[in-house]
Design a protein around this ligand. Structure first.
Ligand code: SF4
Ligand code: SF4
Length: 664
């Protein structure tokens, strides 16, 4: 650790390249895994394929449990522009779809498709394409189904990198720097597949429309340099040897090393006409177009604390322990496994994880290989971290800002330019875990920005709502004003009221007042101000009348009718009485009456009786109001009584006349 940088050596080796600031040169540890050719593993018992193996959206599952699949069959389709497909690495049965532990620092499970191989390794029908003559757009569009991602460790979907957009790509840079210690997969690929890699470079060059290609290889890969030189002999591809210095494999650092072109910190290399591809990625491109093979496997360095470090071509989904076993197994003091290099890799949360597209190297770690980091000491402001930073940052300042949660200042000091290479941590004599502080500050700033963005959206929505309410209010006010103006205009459009109109209005008001006064002066009827019991009786009588089928009259109408009848009967009785009185007077004046007078007298008596009956009935009706028989019944009764009285009178008159007759 903390090995001093041999600047004089680097300057000597970099006479045809552009030296960038900073960088470190940790022990390489690359020879251990380059002693044997790329090996192959026996077919695993199961292949666990995480859907999240790349940058972007997770793909959409296209199979179900129990499905039989062939090698190269699409099992998960790319979802959206930034996504990558997943294919069956061999033939077999889909035995599970669900959560499983994946190689991620969090150790959290994720969605995976498990395939149980059938041992036949039967291919699906493949469709190679003539990448030399086929339309470029057709080729790029077909990559959506290839599942190819950046195999240098970035795992960015390759079809996105081939769409240049508005800018023109003039230079293709092939990254063969492989600057991290222990990792040798690209070195071995170039040794064994240099011809195919050069063909892959030709594919990428055509798809990008680049006119210039430069390969950058670190000077510690002599075998690879030799092989690649031979492969490009008859091409216009340049090969440049770059110093073995970390992080020369970083895309921006490599572009500067090879071309002397500084990519602005807020831009991508494509914006200055340069695209960067890893050697393993261009090899995958060639295999896809030439043989119709989607991304099914990759070369992985299995090194560190294992019996026989080696590179292996590994099917995606292969269990980590199968790979360890192929390398002779791990030594007894193995503490854990690291995925990636020791500088930028991470500790695997479990040994039961599968190999994925991002797994360029697995290092079996032990306390001997990686000594436990001593406790951090206070910063002594030695500025070694600033000297090592390849991005020209001030790591110690970023550390203070991150530690004190002064995120705004950290942002101002270009925290997000930090590539988390770890060079500053590597040289820090106080053993301060600087990169962890930067990762913490970045995540906090991202979280704050998201919260601020959400707050801004909420504020904008509220402002829009208030503006809408105000607008509606203004619209309502405008409508009211328009209506009021219309009414006023209508009023003024008519003539002013004349004197006659006013007189008529006054007369109408007086008439209304008189009518109201008359209404107030109406004498109460004998049916008004009744007691509750009397009103109840009235209601009961009315109910009986209705039940008897009689026309219902209002109490006032009934009363007036009866009053009229009674008055008529009384008048008749008075008249008859006066007549009777006159007759009596005459009878008294005569001592002897003829029979006719007697009959007349009987009629008079009958009339008197009838009048009396009517009067009595009327009196009764008056007292009891309408609570007895109907008037029509009383009349009938009176007539019957009168008839009886008449009959009696006639009979009496007849008897008397018989007595007065002379005897014979
Ligand atoms: S290297 Fe470490 S001790 Fe030195 S200035 Fe940087 S953070 Fe401080
Ligand atoms: S981790 Fe960041 S701050 Fe440290 S050396 Fe690398 S780029 Fe610079």
């Amino acid at each position: 650790m903390n090995a001093p940088i041999n600047i004089a050596s680097l300057l000597k080796k970099t006479k045809d390249v552009f030296r960038f600031h900073g960088g470190v040169h940790p022990p390489e540890n690359k020879t251990q895994s380059t002693q044997l050719p790329i090996g192959r593993l026996p077919m695993p018992k199961q292949l666990v394929l995480p859907l999240r193996q790349h940058v972007g959206n997770i793909p959409k599952t296209k199979v179900a449990i129990g499905d039989k699949v062939l090698k190269g069959q699409l099992i998960a389709e790319a979802e959206g522009a930034v996504s990558a497909a997943i294919h069956a690495p061999t033939s077999g049965i889909v035995s599970a779809i669900g959560e499983a532990v994946i190689p991620h620092p969090s150790g959290l499970p994720d969605h995976c498709i498990t395939i149980t191989p059938d041992g036949e390794d039967s291919w699906i029908e493949r469709h190679p394409q003539d990448w030399r003559t086929t339309d470029v757009d057709t080729l790029i569009n077909s990559l959506h189904l290839s599942g190819i991602v950046g195999l240098g460790g970035a795992t960015f979907p390759t079809q996105i990198k081939l769409r240049s957009g508005k800018t023109t790509i003039h230079t293709l840079v092939i990254n063969a720097a492989e600057c991290e210690p222990y990792i040798t997969c690209d070195d071995m690929l170039m040794r064994e597949y240099h011809e195919q890699i050069v063909n892959g470079i030709a594919v990428a060059k055509r798809l990008l429309g680049a006119t210039n290609v430069v390969i950058g290889i670190e000077d510690n890969k002599t075998e690879a340099i030799k092989a690649m030189r031979a492969a490009i002999a008859n091409t216009d591809i340049q090969l440049k040897i770059v110093p073995t210095i970390y992080p020369s494999g970083d895309a921006r650092r490599l572009v500067y090393l090879l071309l002397g072109q500084e990519v602005p910190h807020n831009k991508r290399s494509t914006e200055v006409g340069i695209q960067v591809f890893n050697v393993a990625t261009v090899l995958a491109l060639y295999r896809y177009f030439e043989f119709g093979e989607p991304a099914l496997s990759r070369v992985v360095s299995m090194t560190g604390n294992v019996e026989q470090p080696q590179n292996f071509e590994v099917l995606f989904g292969t269990p980590l322990l199968d790979l360890v076993k192929a390398a002779g197994g791990s030594k007894a003091d193995t503490s854990h496994y690291i995925m990636g290099g020791p500088m930028m890799g991470f500790n695997l949360p479990s040994e039961n994880v599968p190999i994925t597209k991002a797994a360029n190297c697995i290092i079996a770690a032990s306390p001997t290989l990686f000594e436990p980091t001593p406790p951090a000491m206070p910063c002594i402001r030695c500025s070694r971290c600033a000297d090592a930073c390849p991005v020209n940052l001030q790591p110690q300042e970023l550390y203070w800002f991150a530690k004190s949660d002064n995120f705004e200042k950290a942002h101002d000091y270009n925290l997000f330019d930090c590539i988390e290479c770890g060079a500053c941590s590597y040289v820090c004599p106080s053993n301060i875990p600087l990169v962890q502080y930067y990762r913490y500050a970045k995540s906090e700033i991202i979280a704050l920005d998201k919260a601020k963005e959400a707050a801004n959206i909420a504020r904008e929505r509220n402002e829009f709502r208030l503006a809408r309410i105000e607008r509606e209010k203004q619209e309502r006010a405008g409508k009211h004003a328009a209506r009021a103006q219309g009414a006023k205009a209508a009023e003024t459009s008519h003539d002013a009221p004349t004197a006659n109109d006013k007189q008529a209005a006054i007369a109408a008001a007086i008439a209304r007042a008189k009518a109201q006064k008359n209404a107030d002066n109406i004498q109460p009827q004998n049916t008004t101000n009744l007691s509750a019991s009397t009103q109840a009786e009235i209601d009961e009588i009315n109910a009986r009348r209705v039940a008897a089928g009689l026309t219902k009259q209002s109490p006032i109408e009934v009363n007036a009718d009866k009053q009229a009848k009674i008055a008529a009967a009384v008048a008749r009785a008075k008249s008859q009485k006066a007549e009777v009185d006159t007759l009596r007077q005459n009878a008294d004046n005569q001592t002897k009456q003829p029979v006719a007078d007697i009959e007349k007298q009987a009629k008079i008596n009958a009339a008197i009786e009838r009048a009396k009956t009517l009067k009595a009935a009327a009196a009764k009706e008056t007292v009891n109001d309408v609570n007895t028989q109907p008037v029509i019944d009383l009349d009938k009764q009176a007539k019957i009584d009168a008839a009886i009285a008449r009959a009696k009178a006639q009979k009496a008159a007849a008897l008397k006349a018989k007595e007065n007759q002379p005897k014979e």
